[in-house]
Design a protein around this ligand. Structure first.
Ligand code: ADP
Ligand code: MG
Length: 238
């Protein structure tokens, strides 16, 4: 059974259709990258999985539950955004603990989970600092820490590296992959960067204008692109 099953999903904002009949199955533990030009509907699709946008047609299932009408907090997902969305007046430790505290998690469990996340993300020296006292890469790690402590079934990333400089992007790509190898959490990762897609994905979903052009492993798309769009998009440097 797919861990995330997106079946014939459509989305319209008013009369404007932005996703048409999109279907993707994501297996347990898989790292799937949604890639395509700006405006093709990647964030909208991810936000529908997260429960941040309503679904105009089709179904989305996580595990064995259709989640179409479940609020975000009941979906067992954690999302990492492009702009980090850290709380400026909370320390690193408090930022990571906050979501669990809201859920009235046992304080011993909270501190154990925060410690585990800080260990794997190398954040121990920074636990008492505030976001403004951190570098871009460290902030991104805190954003990931907040997702990890929730121990979700699925991680959702929306262009998490797009605010970082080129060198840091390469480093953070490797860190996110290492994290995935360690935790094996099913991941949906959105980017418009084909290099990111090629280096990170188990499976790539290439989108254009609200439709899926091709789904496959990185080398499959590179060796056997379904059409000129995929060939041009995957083949060209970013
Ligand atoms: P991507 O993430 O691939 O850049 P988006 O999913 O953000 O693309 O956007 C897909 C399309 O939907 C775009 O044409 C965008 O303008 C439109 N769109 C996104 N959000 C809204 C909204 N809240 N209201 C109206 N149109 C929207
Ligand atoms: Mg987007």
């Amino acid at each position: 059974m797919a861990q995330v099953a997106i079946s014939n999903v459509a989305k319209a904002f008013g009369t404007v259709k932005v996703l048409h009949d999109v279907s993707v199955d994501i297996a347990d533990g898989q790292f799937v990258v949604l890639v395509g030009p700006s405006g093709c509907g990647k964030s909208t699709l991810l936000r529908m999985v997260a429960g941040l946008e309503t679904i105009s047609g089709g179904t989305i299932a996580i595990g064995d539950r259709v989640v179409n009408h479940l609020p975000p907090a009941k979906r067992d997902i954690a999302m990492v955004f492009q702009n980090y969305a850290l709380y400026p007046h909370k320390t690193v430790e408090q930022n990571m603990a906050f979501a669990l505290k809201l859920r009235k998690t046992d304080p011993a469990v909270v501190s154990e989970r925060v410690k585990h996340a800080a260990d794997i993300l190398d954040l121990n020296p920074y636990l008492k600092r505030y976001p403004r006292q951190l570098s871009g890469g460290q902030r991104q790690r805190v954003a990931m820490g907040r997702a990890i402590v929730r121990n979700p079934q699925v991680f959702l990333f929306d262009e998490p590296l797009s605010n970082l400089d080129a060198k840091l992007r390469v480093q953070m790509r490797a860190e996110i992959k290492e994290l995935h190898q360690r935790l094996k959490t099913t991941t949906i990762y959105v980017t418009h960067d084909q290099i990111e897609a090629m280096t990170m994905a188990d499976k790539i979903v290439v989108m254009r204008d609200g439709r899926i052009e091709q789904v496959g492993a990185p080398l499959e798309l590179f060796d056997r692109p379904a059409n000129l769009f995929v060939a041009g998009f995957i083949g060209s440097p970013s």
